[in-house]
Design a protein around this ligand. Structure first.
Ligand SMILES: N[C@@H](CCC(=O)N[C@@H](CS)C(=O)NCC(=O)O)C(=O)O
Length: 204
């Protein structure tokens, strides 16, 4: 059985939704990020990078990073494009999410990661929020005339949904992003998304 290590409201919500939607039995394990559980010896054995999500596979072997976990789950549950070009486009988007959108938001939530000078925190947060908002606008553009990020519903959609909820958390004017907001509505109609939003107590 798969075990998902996750934290409410974190980027691990993407894998959480995928697993919830899969119908396969899995074990969800909450990690207390605020309490520093991700840096304990026990957790570092699961993910030496000290982050969520992490997935323990049926074999007991751990797997970390959204860029690995989501394609793995997508292939396992038929939520990943099969065509070579569609797959390349999915990797393009997953790469953009993981290497640009997520780190921009980290400047808002974790400025101490980018400077030891706490007087610089407000500037880092402000620049991070502006960059993050710019990326959300780009995501809105990607969704123009599309129902889902790929040709049909895939693991990209729960991942894209995470950043919408972060925009809400940071009080950005998400309603102005018409395509992204319509996508949010489609996501919320999915029963598994509703269950995860409730379990993780997400404001969206
Ligand atoms: N590149 C990683 C980033 C994972 C990540 O930063 N996760 C955050 C939650 S969204 C975390 O575990 N933060 C805890 C910490 O930084 O101590 C991925 O996409 O899986």
């Amino acid at each position: 059985m798969l075990t998902l290590y996750y934290a409410p409201g974190a980027c691990s919500m993407a894998a959480h939704i995928v697993l919830e939607e899969s119908g396969e039995k899995y074990e969800p394990k909450k990690v207390d990020l605020a309490g520093g559980e991700q840096r304990t010896e026990a957790y570092l054995k699961i993910n030496p990078l000290g982050r969520v999500p992490a997935l323990r596979l049926d074999s007991g072997e751990p797997l970390a990073e959204n860029t690995a976990i989501l394609p793995y789950l997508g292939k396992r549950f038929d939520l990943w494009p099969k065509d070579a070009l569609a797959e390349a486009k999915a990797l393009w988007l997953i790469g953009f999410f993981a290497s640009s959108v997520h780190p921009a938001h980290a400047h808002v939530g974790r400025p101490e990661r980018y400077t030891a000078d706490s007087s610089a925190f407000p500037g880092i947060k402000e620049a991070g929020l502006k960059t993050f908002h710019g990326y959300l606008k780009q995501i809105d553009g990607v969704l123009a005339n599309r129902e889902w990020f790929s040709d049909s519903y895939s693991v990209l959609d729960p991942y894209g949904f995470v950043f919408y909820t972060w925009g809400v958390r940071r009080a950005l004017p998400m309603g102005e992003l018409k395509n992204y907001t319509a996508f949010r509505g489609r996501m919320l109609k999915r029963a598994a998304v509703g269950r995860v939003v409730e379990d993780e107590k997400i404001k969206v």
